[in-house]
Structures are given as C-alpha cells and as structure tokens.
Design a protein around this ligand. Structure first.
Ligand code: SF4
Length: 346
C-alpha cells in the first residue's frame, strides 16, 4: 500500500514516467487489484520490482464471527503470524426514527497495546508492534472484499492506541481520505485515544476534519487513575487543556467515551463532575455500560443506575447517548477474539 508521494519517488528512482503513479493508484485503490500481475498496462519489469517490495494483501483472513445483519468480527493474520481483528458494524435499523446508512468498520492500529486500560483485553498480553500504514488500510480493503459492503464510516477503536503509532496512522489517514485513495470522508473517521496529550495537540494540525474520541471513563484523577494507567502521565486537567487546543483548530465536536462500571465510576457525583467537564468543551458523551471481560472482575451497573447517570448529564445540557443492549455474543470488547487465537497457538 503506497501513498502518492512514495510512489512518485519510487517511479523516479526506476526512471519511469510520472503518469505511472496515476495508473498504479487506480489499480490499487479503485480497481482493487489483488496482485501486481493484474496491472496489465505496466511494464513487466516494473511489476516485478513492485511485487517484491509491496505485497498488495499483507493480511490473511482467518476467521469471521457474527452474521450479515449483526456485528461481524474478522480475525486477520499478519505476515509475521501475529493476529489483529477488525469489526464491521452494519447499518443500524431505524434508530430514534432515523435510518442510518452507515457501514462502520472498527480498525486496529497495533498488535496488542502497552497502555493497559483496566477494562480492555487488548492490553492483557502487552504490546507486540505497530501496524504499518499498509496493514491498517488493508483491513478496510479486505473486509470490503469479504463482506461485499462499502465501508463509509471508520473508527480507530480496535486493538492498540492509534496515537502511539502516530506516523503510520497519519500515512494511513492520507491513503484513506485521498481522492486517489479510498475516498472515505474525513468527517466519517474517528480516532479514539486513551489521552496522549502531545499527540492530540499534534493531530489537531492534521489538515482534515477528522473526529476525536477520548476514552475518558473517569471525570477526575482519583477515579480515572483506577481505570486508565495513562492518567498518571497525562492527568485530566492536562488532557482537557489539549482538548481545548483541538477545539480551537477543528470544527468537530469531541466525543467523551465513558464506560459505566459498578462501584467505580457510575455514581451521581461522577456524573456531576463529568457534566461540568463535558459542557466546558461542548463535547458529546457516549455512555457504555461495562461488558464483562474474561479475567477481569468489574461489573455492569443496573439499567436504573445507568439511566440516572445519563439524566444528570442531559439535565446539565450535555448531549449524551446510552445503549443498554448487551454485546457479549461475539466477544465485543476489543482484543478478546485475538487473545483466544493467540492462546490456541500455545
Ligand atoms: S482501550 Fe485502547 S489504549 Fe486502552 S488498553 Fe485497550 S487498546 Fe490500549
């Protein structure tokens, strides 16, 4: 997978005319060629050089869980026999009276994760490596091939901390949003982060209107420290200062993700602090009742407690969503399917 600039440099080194770049980009991203041999208008010698250096399908499909009308989880094998997973969320039926035409793909950005958020299975086995831009983009291309559906909404909420893989993320975003690339609108792309302050400020300068979601899960340091180890490095006040910088540069509402965990962060006093913080940013809040993860001991609060929490936010004028349906059926928390597969290998 290549960007326009990388391709231009490569063609120059091979003393090839510049128009070859347009031909090749067209084959890769529009015609979705799966091998360099298919590119019949390129000289054979050039195809051989490219095939040696740039595999067009760096991921191999291993397993799908779920069905066409539910969330589908794809387990994909990398060239070094590691695994990542990608989740396709179908267009939702009439939701609040409005039918959504979105086919959302949740992509991974790393193998494993070093950040160890306490609710998440991805961190249980630690961090292995960053995904390359090609491996990130290939998740979209492969899932579109497997499902026959066009992905038109993208969330970086799969395995890994996308902002810890910053340069590959930006390269992938360039390919995903470009006219010559996958042409997914920047406003339909959400980067979700545990809160890496320097990278949030840097990403605010990315020249497209991408969206940002923060895994907040605690409105103050005392609560957030229990859930997000990253908070010790970048405490809540510093994080919100970075989010204000984001707001100044981007014309998109930030989303604060908040998993409700019984006895940890779901009391009314947490809701009051969260309401104040969210209002200061004009941010939306997405409330997610906790899903049980094998090996972790936390519990989901009662539906009544979840609704009470949401009502406190709504009364304070904060836009908040709460989905009470459960997602246990296909290991919906990130990283779980891949962990099972890794354990089978042992
Ligand atoms: S929630 Fe994200 S940043 Fe936190 S451990 Fe899981 S993958 Fe890593």
């Amino acid at each position: 997978m290549l960007t326009q600039n990388q391709l231009a440099g490569l063609l120059e080194r091979q003393q090839q005319p510049a128009y070859r770049a347009t031909q090749i980009l067209d084959w890769i991203y529009k015609k979705r060629a799966s091998s360099w041999d298919e590119m019949s208008n390129l000289p054979e010698s050039l195809r051989e050089i490219l095939a040696e250096q740039y595999p067009l399908r760096p991921l191999k499909h291993t397993l799908t869980k779920g069905s066409a009308d539910t969330t589908r989880k794809f387990l994909l094998e990398l060239a070094d026999k590691r695994y990542v997973e990608t989740v396709l969320i179908p267009a939702s039926p009439a939701l609040y009276g409005e039918k959504s035409d979105r086919h959302t793909l949740c992509v991974s950005s790393q193998v494993g994760c070093a950040y160890g958020c306490k609710f998440c299975a991805s961190g249980l086995d630690g961090f292995s490596r960053n995904l390359t831009a090609a491996e990130i983009v290939s998740q979209i291309i492969l899932v579109e091939e497997l499902s026959g559906e066009k992905v038109n909404n993208l969330v970086f909420m799969g395995m890994g901390e996308p902002l810890a893989n910053f340069s590959n993320l930006c390269e992938a975003l360039e390919i995903i949003t470009a006219e010559w690339g996958l042409q997914i609108g920047a406003r339909r792309i959400t980067i979700s982060t545990s809160g890496l302050v320097p990278q949030i400020k840097k990403l605010a300068d990315f020249p497209r209107q991408i969206r940002l979601a923060i895994s907040l899960h605690g409105p103050d340091d005392e609560t957030r420290d229990k859930i997000m180890p990253v908070n010790r490095k970048f405490p809540v006040d510093e994080l919100f200062e970075a989010l204000r910088t984001w707001n100044l540069k981007k014309n998109q509402k930030i989303t604060l993700e908040y998993i409700l965990i019984d006895g940890v962060n779901a009391e009314p006093e947490h809701a009051y602090i969260l309401a104040k913080r969210a209002a200061s940013l004009k941010a939306k809040v997405n409330l997610i009742p906790y899903n049980t993860v094998d090996g972790l001991e936390w519990k989901r609060p009662s539906d009544t407690a979840c609704l009470r929490f949401k009502n406190i936010l709504s009364k304070a004028g904060v836009s908040a969503t709460l989905r009470l349906e459960k997602g246990h059926d296909i290991d919906a928390a990130c990283g779980q399917l891949r962990l099972k597969k890794e354990k089978e290998k042992l």
